[in-house]
Design a binder for this molecule. Structure first.
Ligand SMILES: Cc1cc2nc3c(=O)[nH]c(=O)nc-3n(C[C@H](O)[C@H](O)[C@H](O)COP(=O)(O)O)c2cc1C
Length: 353
């Protein structure tokens, strides 16, 4: 039976993957309240369609940081793609290139950055950085990324410490034993540097350190994980180029707002001075439309990409992207939008339930 929606891929992946891998992908932090609320919150928003508007030609294209994408649906950084498919991130990169969307490659990628860039040379790629306590290593990595043609640096701010993932504790998951994180290694050393030396994330990083990052790269800097107006205003003050409103798919601090519920506050705070994106809980074309109506320029998918990868590698990710892009096209037509620019706040209302 063909798979018809993103949750069909979820069911397939659950069957196919070993339990510890499935739990690692699917799990949230603590009670997984925020992970589940990311999905539930979209269902609290209702659509207000407009009819008789000629939707023969619906155009889903848009831009992010000045670059065209075929739809405002891109790929969030997730680590360890080789856990679910043999050539992991390389398959993901090819699928993103074929779909004409942006792929944010994680610091915890399990293929070398050189190989990811080479396998999809025309694809739009951003790089997600966890700043390492050894700033020299981070600097080398940023320079490597820039020379490989990645077009933006995404700094994930919501992991000063890893969230409490109970299922990984119960499963005694040890990613170190399974995989080498090749992207952290210099090209020469990339198979010899042990994971445990390379994996720490700098918990001392502060707003003032952003100027250091800005001094070592010409790439636009985007902060991923901002949830409040206070931090959004600081991002404007520090000349940041974009924000991804995100709670890490509910894997870091539990009991925070669902991403979609935090979006309007951040959009209002930046006053149009930078693009605002969103990830967390996007599963349908209607979800994409709701996020854009609340001011997101584009959304990103986390787990659904891994479900597609587990299904059929590159082809599975292509199918996931294709299905949600088609759903979004339908959502636009059925609400009376010819172009992404027409999507606005009047198209939604919050349900009283
Ligand atoms: C298995 C897994 C690994 C992840 N790895 C990273 C990572 O390396 N860096 C990062 O910034 N976010 C990471 N995330 C968070 C995602 O970028 C994203 O915020 C989240 O998955 C979006 O929610 P969704 O899964 O509901 O789409 C990871 C998420 C998952 C599920």
């Amino acid at each position: 039976m063909p798979l018809a929606c993103l949750t069909d891929f979820q069911a397939f992946a659950r069957e196919r993957l070993p339990k510890s891998t499935w739990d690692f992908i699917e799990g949230g932090a603590d009670d997984s309240f925020t992970r589940d609320d990311n999905i539930a919150a979209f269902k609290r928003i209702r659509l207000r369609p407009r009819y008789l508007k000629n939707v023969v030609n619906v155009d889903t294209r848009t831009t992010i940081q000045g670059e065209e994408i075929t739809a405002p649906i891109c790929i969030s950084p997730t680590g360890f793609h080789c856990l679910v498919w043999p050539d992991g991130e390389m398959s993901t990169a090819r699928a993103a290139q074929a779909a004409g969307v942006c792929y944010i490659t994680s610091t915890f990628a399990t293929c070398a950055l050189e190989d990811i860039a080479a396998t999809a040379p025309r694809g739009l790629r951003w790089f997600q950085l966890y700043v390492h306590p050894d700033r020299q290593l981070s600097k080398q990595l940023v320079q490597r990324v820039e020379s490989l043609g990645f077009r933006a640096l995404v700094i994930t701010v919501d992991v000063p410490k890893l969230g409490n993932r109970r299922h990984d504790i119960r499963n005694q998951l040890d990613l170190k034993l399974n995989l080498l994180l090749k992207d952290l290694h210099s090209p020469k050393e990339r198979t010899s540097m042990p994971y445990f030396q390379m994996s720490p994330i700098d918990s001392s990083i502060c707003w003032n350190d952003l100027s250091w990052l800005q001094s070592i790269t010409r790439l636009p800097i985007i902060l991923k994980g901002i949830l409040t107006k206070e931090d959004a205003e600081l991002a404007v003050k520090h000349n940041i180029h974009g924000i991804i409103v995100s709670n890490h798919g509910g894997r870091q601090l539990d009991d925070v707002l669902a991403s979609i519920d935090a979006l309007a506050e951040v959009v209002a705070a930046v006053k149009g001075k930078m693009e605002v994106y969103l990830d967390g809980g996007i599963r349908t074309g209607n979800d994409v439309l709701k996020a854009l109506a609340l001011g997101a320029k584009c959304v990103f998918l986390g787990r659904p990409i891994l479900w597609g990868l587990a299904y059929k590698g590159e082809d599975g990710v292509k199918e996931v992207l294709n299905i949600i892009k088609n759903e979004f096209h339908t959502s636009m037509a059925l609400t009376g939008c010819q172009s992404v620019a027409e999507i606005n706040q009047d198209m939604i209302q919050f349900s009283r339930l």
